[in-house]
Design a protein around this ligand. Structure first.
Ligand SMILES: Cc1cc2nc3c(=O)[nH]c(=O)nc-3n(C[C@H](O)[C@H](O)[C@H](O)COP(=O)(O)OP(=O)(O)OC[C@H]3O[C@@H](n4cnc5c(N)ncnc54)[C@H](O)[C@@H]3O)c2cc1C
Length: 496
């Protein structure tokens, strides 16, 4: 890593060339991807979009906030790696994140900024990784520099295979189902087993493998307790893709899937050697359990998520309003009420982000950190809002969501039928179908359904997250007030 040629923020072309050159071991539809991954029908669309995001870093009108000056080299590098020092820095970072989010309409949950801001926080808090061995803290610090200065793109995987959630990972039929430490050698740590679910697996440079759920200490050390990052083309590492929801159709036919299908992958570690300089924690249950919260990575990642979800909600609102105008249903009260639910959601999300930035404080690692409480509430609230948004779209779209011939139909002899029967109060048949195909891709297609599932689960199991919120929230002040009130009423009774 050290000694790598320094470079400014990368371009889209560099993103694609790097991923293609790496030739990671990616499997889809029973076949290994052997050619350039960026030319494979399953990944072509999303990689083109991701390249466009990177190109924005070089847009003359945007580069002042899309990039900042590297503290190491003086190069202009990606703002999502910036360690915020002031509230203004936080606002600038949000502006950058929302520029990307508006381009993909919030449909790419794993645009690179999501992990970048987390990596920034881990790097800033590197010292906490050095409790067992100073080397781990150094590794973390060096790795952040490497990611930042090389503008690395990262996927990540946190979850163990869903085999039997009623027992501990170590009690599964085979100890190597969930990826675990197999051996330590002079070269590094050997990892064997699998992890879920790396979104964008195979179309990034590297993979971050961190703990997520709470680990228990066992005997001397827990073989499932580790944190490391490695290149996607590390020998023995394999990405197994689900079926792609980009069907290779046109942007008209599949407006979202053809552009933003990020892909989710199962990650297999077949005796993967993780070099020592890439290990950030090993067998250290305490550090693994506290890394996400104590580094404040969770706060910065939530700042990205809520900023992204504002852009997503704006897009949903715009789509619903256009649907209402197109077939002239905006005058009905229940339509107004439904759209107002989305407006309330949007303004609520904006308020959460504003509050988090206004109340930001310097943390112990020297990072200006948004207030977590409003962001934390936002990350619990949006998984409830988003499925409702898609339900509203279905309720407003009705048969229009199925009367959606494709582009080929519009270029066929039946065009005159389509023009006549699919015209709208405000718009011709072609533009009306284009809009309703978009609505279908938001609220019905496989791509759209996955978006809903994503919003429900990507931050973790909502049930256990709610328990954590409940258990961590100081409620006693309010209990005390109620008790005080109850006592007050007793005094009134006594005085009668
Ligand atoms: C579209 C999508 C993309 C994702 N991308 C990524 C990614 O890029 N990287 C990554 O690491 N992860 C990713 N995830 C995984 C995500 O973090 C998990 O889905 C989430 O943490 C829940 O874990 P699980 O899926 O294993 O569900 P499980 O833990 O298996 O839960 C299944 C069901 O059982 C219940 N349950 C299980 N155990 C308990 C318990 N102890 N107490 C109460 N209820 C329980 C849950 O409430 C749930 O209803 C992604 C998920 C989705 C859906």
């Amino acid at each position: 890593m050290k000694g790598e040629k320094e470079m400014p923020a990368k371009t889209g072309k560099q993103y694609i060339e790097r991923v293609d050159k790496a030739k990671a071991n990616v499997w889809i539809n029973g076949e290994q991807v052997t050619g350039n991954v960026s030319e494979h029908p399953a990944f072509k669309g999303v990689m083109k979009t991701q390249a466009a995001l990177y190109d924005m870093q070089h847009d003359r009108d945007k580069k002042d906030y899309m990039t900042y000056i590297s503290p190491m080299t003086g190069n202009r590098i990606g703002t999502s790696f910036m360690q915020p020092k002031t509230k203004e820095d936080l606002k600038m970072r949000r502006k950058m994140m929302q520029e990307w989010a508006r381009y993909n309409n919030g449909m790419m949950g794993r645009s690179p900024d999501y992990i970048n801001v987390g990596m920034m926080a881990y790097g800033a808090a590197a010292a906490m990784f050095g409790k067992q061995d100073e080397m781990y803290a150094r590794n973390m610090e060096n790795y952040l520099e490497y990611c930042r200065e090389q503008d690395l793109s990262l996927t990540h995987t946190l979850i163990n295979p869903q085999v039997n959630r009623g027992v501990n990972t170590a009690q599964l039929p085979d100890p190597f189902i969930a990826a675990r430490i197999k051996e330590k050698t002079s070269e590094g740590v050997i990892i064997k087993g699998a992890r879920l679910l790396a979104t964008q697996g195979g179309i990034t440079d590297e993979i971050m493998v961190f703990p997520s759920t709470l680990l228990k200490q066992s005997e001397e050390e827990n073989p499932y307790a580790y944190a490391f990052s490695i290149p996607n083309n590390t020998p023995g590492l394999k990405f197994i893709c689900r079926e792609s929801f980009d069907y290779g159709k046109s942007n008209f036919d599949h407006p979202l899937g053809s552009r933003f299908e990020e892909m989710d992958t199962i990650v297999v570690f077949d005796d993967v050697v993780v070099p020592w300089d890439r290990v950030f924690s090993l067998g250290d249950v305490d550090t693994c359990n506290e890394a996400y919260n104590a580094s404040n990575a969770v706060v910065h990642m939530t700042h990205q998520v809520v900023s992204k979800n504002i852009a997503k909600t704006e897009f949903i609102l715009g789509t619903l309003q256009l649907m209402a105008e197109t077939i002239n249903i905006g005058q009905y009260q229940h339509i107004q009420e439904k759209i107002s639910e989305v407006i309330i959601g949007l303004e609520t999300m904006k308020a959460y982000v504003t509050a988090s930035e206004a109340n930001a404080k310097m943390d112990q690692w020297g990072t200006m950190t948004p207030e977590f409480a409003p962001l934390n509430v936002a990350r619990h609230y949006f998984p409830k809002l988003y499925p409702r948004f898609t339900e509203i779209m279905q309720l407003m779209g009705a048969s229009g969501l199925m009367a959606i011939p494709n582009e080929a139909d519009f270029h066929s002899p039946i065009r005159s039928d389509l023009d006549k029967y699919l015209q709208a109060a405000n718009g011709d048949a072609y533009s009306r179908v284009k809009l309703y195909r978009l609505a279908w891709d938001i609220c019905i297609s496989a791509f759209g359904s996955r978006q809903t599932l994503y919003e429900r689960f990507f931050f973790g199991d909502p049930v256990r997250m709610a328990s954590a919120l409940y258990n961590g929230y100081d409620k006693q002040e309010y209990v005390g007030r109620v008790k005080e009130f109850l006592n007050r009423s007793e005094e009134v009774v006594e005085s009668k």
